[in-house]
Design a protein around this ligand. Structure first.
Ligand code: F0G
Length: 457
């Protein structure tokens, strides 16, 4: 098979600023061993997130010039609404400034003390917004999803048997919603099968529990369904997406992912009563119903991006580019989540650094080593992000200690990725010299964003 090429040419470029290992050691120490606190110009290859970091197309930039900035009833809103209706089949689309604003609105209405939201795996901001409302989040990943090194086609699935048991235990009245995250970001960017979505949808219908999709990476998920699930090989991605959304009652979306936008999000749904409550809150917190927290030009960029993302030449390149890096790392013996996910490569920090105990945050230590070695910024998805303390103030670790290398859409080329593979391989060869970290300052919610750490002596 021939090389799968980037399906675009580059019209506008941004510089990368180079620095030395010694400079990076100082920068990292000044940033308290937290990559979130490093200035972007001090990063060579920024794989912190695939969120809001996409390169927009010439069509999107043209759309931005056409954006209409009317406070109410902007034509840009109606284009945005039309595209969302076409893709999801949901009659109602409510713009928000990003995904978590959609979550905040939804959980403010449905959440509260004593309520439980069940998911395959909630993303950190989703969980935080649930907990902020006083409710709790329950993750029910399937068994395959819990073992990073064992490949399976749909490791993002929810465990349906446990879902049924959990509903029986907690009681339908205390479960305002079941949420399926596609792809399963915190679970390794792994896809969810149509079969699993159908089964979860059926359980929710039987019990009268609303079922929502966290649709941030819906197109990547749909392409995996096309590649891996029987019966979908010849079905166009937009049709797969329509089927996927048809099993749910609505979705939350961060347009910073599979809409190639630098900002934006939305809620879409079927239920008019819920939508009216959402719109009331929207007006208080985000803005009027036809712009949410966005400019008219953002609505245009999102509408165009949502259509572009379903182009199968793009999706083939996208999924292949993640697989390309994953395979290079596997060939070098580096422990990675398998198979490759849709938007990121996940290093298994527990296996990479077995000499660092979980309370010394092996994932964070690895993320720091990648920065010092090659200026690569990544993010820990492990006990710094998801760890809790028990009543004795002892760390209750996360299930997995991962380091995520999220690949921004259409932003880096194959030689950037080759460089990343080289740096990770070099760090792997020197892994015995990497030490653990301890926290010196932290916040109660979402501590990983701002926590300060120092090397363990
Ligand atoms: N849901 C999922 C699955 C996400 O990955 C994110 C964001 C959100 C919701 C929230 O969206 O950022 O627009 O408010 N994920 C980013 C990431 C930040 O790096 O994975 P947002």
């Amino acid at each position: 098979m021939r090389t799968i090429i980037e399906p675009f040419k580059i019209k506008s470029v941004e510089p990368i600023y180079f620095n030395t290992r010694e400079e990076r050691e100082t920068i990292l120490s000044n940033a308290f061993y937290n990559p979130f606190l490093i200035k972007a110009n001090d990063v060579l290859i920024d794989l912190l997130t695939d969120s809001g970091t996409s390169a927009m197309s010439s069509n999107q930039w043209a759309g931005i010039m056409k954006g209409d900035e009317s406070y109410a009833g902007s034509p840009s809103f109606f284009r945005f609404e039309k595209v969302i209706k076409e893709i999801t089949g949901y009659p109602i689309a409510i713009p928000t400034h990003q995904g978590r604003a959609a979550e905040k609105i939804l959980f403010s209405i449905l959440g509260g003390a004593g309520k439980y939201f069940i998911s395959n795996t909630l993303f950190d901001t989703t969980r935080a917004n649930i907990e902020f409302s006083g409710a709790a989040g329950i993750d029910l990943p399937c068994e395959e999803g819990k073992h990073p090194s064992i490949p399976a086609p749909f490791k993002g699935n929810m465990d349906v048997a446990t879902l049924k048991r959990t509903i029986a235990e907690i009681g339908v009245a205390n479960i305002p919603m079941v949420i399926m995250t596609v792809t399963n970001n915190s679970g390794g960017g792994q896809p969810v099968s149509m079969q699993n979505i159908k089964e979860v949808s059926a359980v929710c219908k039987e019990n009268n529990i609303p079922f929502f999709i966290d649709a941030c990476r819906f197109a990547e998920n749909c392409y995996f369904i096309k590649l891996r699930e029987a019966g979908y090989a010849n079905i166009p991605v937009p049709q797969i997406a329509a089927e996927l959304f048809s099993y749910a009652d609505g979705c939350t979306m961060s347009a910073k992912k599979d809409a190639f936008a630098n900002i934006g999000g939305f809620l879409a749904m079927k239920d008019l009563e819920l939508a009216n409550s959402c719109r009331n809150l929207l007006i208080i917190t985000e803005g009027f119903t036809t712009y949410g927290g966005l400019a008219g030009r953002d609505l245009e960029a999102i509408a165009i991006g949502l259509q572009e993302v379903m182009d199968e030449n793009y999706l083939q390149y996208r999924i292949r580019s993640i697989e390309y890096l994953t395979h290079k790392l596997i060939a070098a013996g580096v422990p990675v989540m398998q198979p490759a996910g849709g938007h990121a490569v996940y290093l298994d920090a527990k296996a990479f650094l077995p000499h660092i105990p979980v309370h010394q945050y092996p994932g964070q230590a690895l993320a720091c080593a990648l920065y010092t070695e090659g200026g690569i910024r990544s993010v820990e998805i492990g006990s710094l992000m998801f760890g809790k303390y028990d009543n004795n103030n002892q760390l209750v670790p996360a299930a997995l200690e991962l380091v995520r290398l999220a690949i921004p859409r259409r932003a880096y080329t194959q030689s950037h990725i080759d460089y990343v593979a080289e740096v990770i391989t070099e760090v792997f060869e020197k892994r015995n010299h990497i030490g653990g970290l301890e926290i010196i300052e932290e916040t109660p919610l979402l501590r990983h964003f701002t926590a300060k750490l120092k090397p363990v002596k």
